[in-house]
Design a protein around this ligand. Structure first.
Ligand code: NAP
Length: 359
């Protein structure tokens, strides 16, 4: 595989820092430049982000002295130096939409963590194990944008990346109704216990916009391409409650599900064990070998013990049992800033690279 030069837009933030650490020794991607807000422009990465470095591994040596670009003012300069960019910025939704389209129109593909374009109907929202075929919509998007190379591809919200993978291989039994309660880590808000001490010994029963995303995004991920658009799936019915809990990393979901054709417990366990997607077949660098991992122990998965499985890219499941109101209930866990954010975007970029979309 040839090496691609990449930029990180929003490099100083929580997700941007994850990108920096994940890409430090990436076999296919070489970090050529970093960008953030006008506040950071002209500073080295160490000056701009050193004091708020939130990763457990140190800032990559190769990036410490990189001088930051302004993500908006320097678009053409950035686009001329890289093959594509990763984007994770904290800006208003319409500003992010405009920023990402400006990069795409400058013939610089964007692999985004932001939610702004998730419901643009020719922008693929991809969980690479679930809907890798949605990247074929990029042809229609390029026609709309008038680009040869530029496009936008996004990953889904972190909250759905624990329960949608677990439900996906069960769709053949006709999933009717899903109730999911999520217990979401503080890093999902770009925070640590140092920067958000109010979260110690606390629980907040509200995360703005999260329940709508958690109910609607799975339907796009399970949607189909029709006439140059991704049309959302009609089923299942999904209802959610999303809570912020005092956990540093790792989103847990308690899931209840009813089927058209109720499978046996053994059939469900077999579906999880045998499930593998395109990333596993292509052996992409960040693909977990075993995507779905079931624990027999009653007290697993636990955020602290299990979130880092396979580099934080695997999903853990436990406590599958029959329910009195739904057919089954179970619990699942995924790492929100790895599988749920930067890691998921890196895996998507690997899929796009393997399929030739950056050439
Ligand atoms: P964050 O820690 O607050 O970082 C925000 C980044 O955006 C910083 O690099 C900041 O640069 C940059 N920025 C702010 N204003 C800007 C501007 N006007 N122009 C260019 N850059 C600007 O946020 P985060 O948690 O990393 O989240 C970033 C994005 O990823 C958000 O859209 C969020 O919804 C999404 N996301 C986050 C997670 C998660 O787990 N944290 C998961 C999925 C998706 P300065 O340092 O220069 O201010």
């Amino acid at each position: 595989m040839k090496k691609y030069n990449v930029g990180i837009i929003g490099a100083t933030g929580m997700v941007g820092q994850r990108f920096a650490t994940l890409l430090e020794n990436h076999p296919w991607f070489n970090v050529k430049l970093l960008a953030a807000s006008p506040r950071s422009k002209g500073k080295t990465y160490e000056e701009a982000a050193g004091s708020r470095w939130a990763m457990t591994t140190p800032m990559p040596e190769s990036m410490k002295n990189m001088v930051l670009y302004d993500a908006t003012a320097d678009i053409n300069e950035i686009a001329s130096q890289v093959d594509f960019v990763f984007c994770a910025v904290d800006m208003k939704k319409d500003e992010i939409k405009a920023l990402e389209e400006a990069y795409a129109k400058a013939e610089c593909p964007v692999v985004s963590n932001n939610s702004a374009h998730r419901f643009t109907d020719d922008v693929p929202m991809v969980v690479p194990e679930i809907n890798p075929d949605h990247i074929e919509i990029i042809k229609s998007q390029r026609e709309r944008l008038g680009t040869k190379k530029g496009f936008i591809a996004v990953k889904s919200n972190c909250s759905i990346q624990s329960y949608v993978p677990a439900l996906h291989p069960l769709r053949k039994f006709g999933i009717k109704n899903v109730l999911a309660c999520t217990y979401q880590a503080i890093s999902g808000a770009g925070k640590t216990f140092e920067t958000w001490p109010e979260m110690v010994d606390n629980l907040i029963p509200y995360i703005g916009g999260e329940e709508e995303k958690s109910e609607q995004e799975p339907l796009k991920v399970w949607g189909t391409i029709e006439n140059g658009k991704i049309v959302k799936a009609q089923t299942p019915n999904i209802t959610t409650q999303c809570l912020r809990v005092p956990v540093s990393n790792g989103h847990t979901a308690a899931v209840f599900v009813t089927f058209e054709n109720k499978p046996s417990k053994e059939e469900i366990l077999q579906c999880w064990k045998e499930f593998a997607g395109v990333p596993q077949e292509l052996e992409l660098p960040h693909a977990p070998k075993q995507f779905l991992n079931y624990f027999e122990e009653n007290d697993r998965p636990q955020a602290k013990l299990d979130r880092d499985m396979e580099g934080g890219m695997a999903v853990s499941i436990g406590r599958l049992r029959e329910d009195t109101q739904y057919d089954y209930k179970f619990v699942c866990l995924s790492h929100n800033t790895l599988r749920g954010a930067a890691g998921g975007a890196v895996l998507l970029a690997e899929l796009l690279a393997a399929k030739g979309y950056f050439d």
